[in-house]
Structure formats: C-alpha cells, structure tokens
Design a protein around this ligand. Structure first.
Ligand code: 13P
Ligand code: SF4
Length: 366
C-alpha cells in the first residue's frame, strides 16, 4: 500500500458515496478551469457529474468550443483523442481510466489499413478512385491516414452527409472499421447490396475478387461492435408479439436486419431526442447500450413511457463502464492539485493530419 493519499490505489478503496462527495468538492475547487464531458453510455454515478453530455459528434464540437484548461472525458479513448486534436494546445485532455478503449476501434489498425490500401492498388489507383472514410470510433492514426489520402471522418449522426461528400470526389469508399454503419447508411442512400462488399482484413485482397472490387461502391471493413451485434431481428419479433403498438429504435451499429425492422435508426443523441419527443405512454424497444436504455426508462417514467433493452442478455459496453467514480475522483483531486494524470496527447504530426479529416467532417455535418 502506498503512502501517497492521491495515488489511484487509495481511491480504489473508497465507496461510491465517498467518491460522490469528493468529486463534487474537487469540481467546485477547479471551477472554470475544468469541464467534464460525458458520453451517453456512462454509468449514472459518473454521468451525473458531466457538465455536458452527448453523442460523439456533439462531444467533439463541445471539446472544440471549450475554454477550460482541463477537459476530463468520461467516455472512451478515441473520444478523448478527438478532444485533444480539436482543442487548443494549452488545453489538457484527461481520460480517467486509460483502459477505456473501444473493441470496435481496435479492429482496424494503421498497419492493416495501409496493407489494404496497397493491395487495392493492384486493382486500381486508390488515391484516384477511393475515398477512405473512418468512423470516429478509430485511433487517431487512422484519422490521420484519411487526412493524408483525401478522406474524412464520420459519426453515426452524419454518416450519410459524409458518404455523399465522399462520392462527389471519388466513385468508391473504403469504410472502416464498422461494416454495419457503412452498410446501413449505404442502403438508405439506395446503393445496391451487391455493390457493398466486405473487406476481410485477414485474407489476401480482403477475400474479394478484382471484379467485385471494380464493381463495388463501398468496401466495408469487417469490423463490428460486440454490444450492438447482440441484437437480433427475433428479439424485435418477440417483443412486437407481446406489444404490437411498441416502437423500435436502434443505433446504426446494429445489423442491417435489425435496422430494417426498426421504426427509427440513429445516434445516441437521436435516440434520446426521439424518445423525449414521443407521445406520453409510448413503449420503446431500444437497440443500444444498457446504461442509456435504463436512463431513458427513469427519465421518462413520469410521462408513462417505457424503454426496454433489445436483448434478453444483459450486456453493457465494458470499456465505457471502466470510468467509475473512483477513477473520476482520483483524476479530479489530482487536477485540483495541478497534478495531471492520464493525459491523452496525440503526437503533433498525427494530430495535424487527423484534424484535416475531422474538420472536413465538421464542415459537412448538419
Ligand atoms: P454515438 O456517436 O451515437 O454516441 O455512438 C458512439 C458509440 O460508440 C456507439 O456505440
Ligand atoms: Fe465501442 Fe461498441 Fe462500446 Fe460503442 S458500444 S464504445 S462501438 S465497444
């Protein structure tokens, strides 16, 4: 056991109530030097301390607009990287637990994407014919790759605007890492399923033939979110049998079949807004992360609305869940003593190129 009262081990022994009081006191001490940004999947004990909450797009904009010296990001690693890239150099971005990653983001690495780009060059000149589009759920070096190759970043909110921008420049798109967001968006744009091919990064030429690549409009990386891929069309059918009037709303990281059976598809912010604006008494089946669904249920109970988690198996985003009150208290009390822990700092050369792709996205976003 360490003698340092501000070491992480000390905080891991605190219960949530102790943390609650200490988080409030540290926030007060830090005043305007601090802003806490919280993603909608954060657990309640953390979420309630956020100054601003949002989906990935909204939080990116909030980070870019913030004047605070310290931006504490209650979310996952790629989100904190974006905040660092879009904030001023004298601002400091902190992720309370560095292990809060995103398993989908980890499915695409720079080495694998560069290999795909070079393999594609055996079929056509990718820089002339393909716009690389990375979902914001990806490492900063992949955003930089898009910046260097005339590409762009997208989120679940603006994927369609981003794809339209991309097709105005080049006739094909390489979309990574989430195949579902790419396919669901392409489908809504009227792209033939035959022209959306899956690039299996473990096989030569992505497991595709030259002819399929030449005919493709979107080359989808074989990545997915393990939380959202749990939801199945059968879950929707079973629910609708019990509650025929229920409405179904899903995140576009869900499979094509789930999105097709949903009444609404959109980002976490869109899901909240849609439920908020629905008629009193509406019953919702929601295909997204559990913490958000439970919050919807509590938030709108007084209006007689209910929100049901789409899968019978309880499963939350385990990496979002890593941000707990103990890590938040540790982070804030250290910052209050001007001791920075868990800083997220993207190397300047990578940040400069990633910013190009992010700024293209911000420009085309609604
Ligand atoms: P949103 O941008 O819709 O909040 O989605 C982020 C995410 O990681 C969903 O799994
Ligand atoms: Fe990543 Fe899925 Fe978690 Fe979203 S829910 S942060 S995509 S692992």
């Amino acid at each position: 056991m360490t003698g340092d009262p501000f070491a992480l081990q000390t905080y891991s022994l605190l219960d949530d109530e102790d943390c609650e009081a200490r988080i409030r006191a540290a926030k007060e001490a830090l005043g305007e030097r601090l802003v806490i940004l919280g993603h909608h999947y954060q657990r309640e004990e953390v979420y309630r301390h956020a100054d601003y909450t949002g989906d990935s797009l909204k939080l990116s904009r909030l980070a870019a607009a913030s004047h605070a010296r310290y931006i504490v990001f209650c979310g996952v690693h790629f989100m904190a990287e974006v905040a660092d890239i879009l904030s001023r150099p004298d601002q400091i971005v902190v992720l309370p637990d560095l292990a809060a990653g995103c398993s989908m983001a980890d499915m695409a690495s720079l080495a694998k994407v560069e290999r795909a780009w070079s393999e594609l060059s055996a079929v056509l000149d990718p820089d002339a014919h393909i716009t690389p589009v990375t979902y914001i759920n990806s490492a900063a070096d992949l955003k930089a790759f898009c910046g260097r190759h005339g590409g762009i970043v997208c989120t679940s909110t603006n994927a369609r605007d981003v794809l339209e921008w991309s097709f105005r420049r080049r006739e094909k798109v390489l979309f990574f890492p989430d195949q579902h967001l790419g396919r669901n968006t392409g489908h809504r744009m009227g792209i033939d399923p035959e022209q959306m091919v899956v690039w299996d990064f473990d096989r030569p030429l992505g497991g595709l033939t030259e002819a399929r690549i030449r005919a493709a409009r979107i080359i989808l990386w074989k990545g997915f979110c393990s939380v959202h891929q749990m939801f199945r069309p059968a879950h929707i059918d079973a629910f609708k049998e019990r509650f025929p009037d229920a409405k179904v709303i899903s995140h576009p990281e869900c499979s094509f079949e789930v999105c097709e059976k949903s009444d609404f598809v959109g980002s976490t912010e869109f899901i909240i807004k849609t439920v908020a604006e629905s008629a009193p008494g509406t019953r919702w089946l929601v295909g997204t992360e559990l913490n958000l669904v439970e919050r919807l249920n509590t938030q709108f109970r007084d209006e007689g609305k209910s929100a049901h988690f789409m899968s019978p198996t309880v499963c939350m985003c385990s990496t979002m869940f890593r941000i707990d009150p103990q890590h938040l208290a540790w982070t804030l009390e250290n910052l209050a003593r001007d001791r920075v822990v868990n800083r997220i700092q993207v190397p300047p050369a990578t940040a400069d190129q990633a910013r190009v792709a992010l700024e293209r996205m911000l420009k085309v976003s609604p």
